[in-house]
Design a protein around this ligand. Structure first.
Ligand code: PLP
Length: 375
C-alpha cells in the first residue's frame, strides 16, 4: 500500500480536464502577469470569505511581510508570535528589523492564547500574529478584545486554516483571516487550497488598507511609474490564479474530506493509550491541514521510525521551537517560559492527511500505531 503524506497527484487526477484547459488558456492568452484569472480569483475568494478585500501575492511569507509594511511597523517595534509555528511567521519580523516576541501556546489546541499574550506585552508592542495552527482558529474573541484595549494590530497567519470559521459569543461567524486587521494566507501546493507553485494572499476589511497593500505588493505603485511607497514585487501568476479558480470551487468538499478522514482517525484511535487525538474547540471549525497527535512517554521518535519502516509517512511539525533556532535565538525576546512548546516539539506527530485518504489506508496506519503502542 502506497501512502502519501499529501496526495497531490490523486487530487489532480480528479480535476485534470478542467485544470489542463485553464492552464492552456492562460498560456495561449500570454497574459502571464495580472491576467484575467487573477481578478476573477480575487473576486471569487472575496465572495467565499464573505466580502473581505483580497489582495493576491506571490506566497504566504510575502503576505506576512507586506502586512507588516502596510501597518507601518518600524525597526524596534515588538511583534508577538507563538513559539510553536512555522518559521515564516518570525522570519519577516526579523527581516524588517522588528523584534519577534515569542510566547508559549496552549498544550491542547496548540494555539496562542490571550493569557500568554498579556504576559508578553510591553510599551514597544505593536502587533500580534496569531497563527491558526493545523487548521483550527486561535481563540480570537479574547485576543481581539485585548488587542483593542491596548491599541495593537492583529495580523492573522491563516496559511493553514483557509475555510475554518470562528463563532463569536454574539453568534457572529467569521472566516479565519477576516477577524484581525489583516489575514495572510498561502497557496503553497500542500496547503488546503494549494496552487501548482507558489502563491499567497492578504485579506482585510479596510478599504484604505486594501489599497495600500495592493500598492506595496506591486512596487508601491499607485499607477504605472508613480511610486507612493517602497514596495516589493510580489504577485500571483495568472497560471496559478487559473488553477486556484478551479480548486476554490472544490474547497468546501476538500475541507469535508479532511474532516471525514479526521473523524475516522479519531474513531480508529479512540482509547489507545499513550496518545492524544486532536482537541477541537467549540468556537472554531477545523479544516485539518494537519492531523496531529501527541505521543506520550517519550515514544514519539521510536513510533515515527516504526511507521517509516512500514512505509507510513509521518511528520514532526515542528521539531524545534522558534527561539531555539540559530537565526532567531539572538534576535527574539522570549516572554515567560515556553514549557508547552518545548514539550510539544518532543511529542507531536502528524499523520498523513489529504483529500484522497482511504479508509483502508487509515486502518493500516492506525493498526501500526496500535501495535507499536501495544494496544
Ligand atoms: C506555509 C506557511 C507560511 C508560509 O507560506 P509560503 O507560501 O510557503 O510562503 C506561513 N505561515 C504558516 C503557519 C505556514 O504554514
Amino acid at each position: 500500500m502506497k501512502i502519501e503524506m499529501v496526495d497531490l497527484k490523486g487530487q489532480y487526477a480528479k480535476i485534470q480536464d478542467e485544470i489542463d484547459k485553464a492552464i492552456l488558456e492562460s498560456i495561449r492568452s500570454a497574459n502571464f502577469i495580472n491576467g484575467p484569472a487573477v481578478s476573477e480569483f480575487t473576486k471569487n475568494l472575496s465572495d467565499y470569505l464573505g466580502g473581505a478585500y483580497v489582495i493576491p501575492c506571490a506566497n504566504g511569507t510575502d503576505a506576512l511581510q507586506i502586512a507588516m509594511m502596510a501597518l507601518d511597523l518600524v525597526p524596534g517595534d515588538e511583534v508577538i508570535v507563538p513559539s510553536f509555528t512555522y518559521v515564516a511567521t518570525a522570519e519577516v519580523i526579523g527581516l524588517l528589523g522588528l523584534i519577534p516576541v515569542m510566547v508559549d501556546v496552549d498544550p491542547y489546541h496548540f494555539n496562542i492564547t490571550r493569557e500568554n499574550i498579556e504576559k508578553a506585552v510591553t510599551s514597544k508592542t505593536k502587533a500580534i500574529v496569531p497563527v491558526h495552527l493545523f487548521g483550527q482558529c486561535a481563540d480570537m474573541e479574547p485576543i481581539m478584545e485585548f488587542a483593542k484595549s491596548k491599541g495593537l494590530y492583529v495580523i492573522e497567519d491563516t496559511a493553514q486554516a483557509i475555510g475554518a470559521k470562528y463563532t463569536f459569543s454574539t453568534g457572529e461567524i467569521k472566516h479565519a483571516g477576516t477577524i484581525g486587521d489583516i489575514g495572510c494566507t498561502s497557496f503553497f501546493p500542500s496547503k488546503n487550497l494549494g496552487c501548482y507553485g507558489d502563491g499567497g494572499a492578504l485579506y482585510t476589511q479596510n478599504q484604505e488598507l486594501a489599497k495600500k497593500i495592493k500598492m506595496i505588493s506591486n512596487h508601491g505603485q499607485e499607477k504605472k511609474y508613480i511610486h507612493k511607497y517602497i514596495g516589493v514585487n510580489s504577485r500571483l501568476d495568472t497560471i496559478q490564479a487559473a488553477v486556484l479558480n478551479i480548486k476554490l470551487k472544490h474547497l468546501e468538499e476538500y475541507s469535508n474530506s479532511r474532516n471525514s478522514a479526521a473523524e475516522q482517525y479519531d474513531r480508529l484511535l479512540m482509547g489507545v493509550k499513550d496518545l492524544q487525538i486532536p482537541v477541537r474547540l467549540n468556537k472554531s471549525t477545523h479544516v485539518f491541514h494537519q492531523y496531529t497527535l501527541i505521543i506520550k512517554e517519550n515514544k514519539r521518535d521510536a513510533l515515527k521510525q516504526y511507521l517509516e519502516e512500514r512505509d507510513i509517512p509521518a511528520m514532526i511539525y515542528y521539531p524545534i521551537p522558534l527561539n531555539e533556532q540559530e537565526a532567531y535565538s539572538a534576535l527574539g525576546i522570549i516572554a515567560d517560559n515556553l514549557t508547552e512548546t518545548q514539550k510539544l516539539c518532543k511529542s507531536v506527530l502528524s499523520l498523513p492527511m489529504h483529500t484522497e485518504l482511504t479508509l483502508d489506508q487509515q486502518i493500516y496506519i492506525t493498526d501500526a500505531i496500535k501495535s507499536f503502542l501495544n494496544n
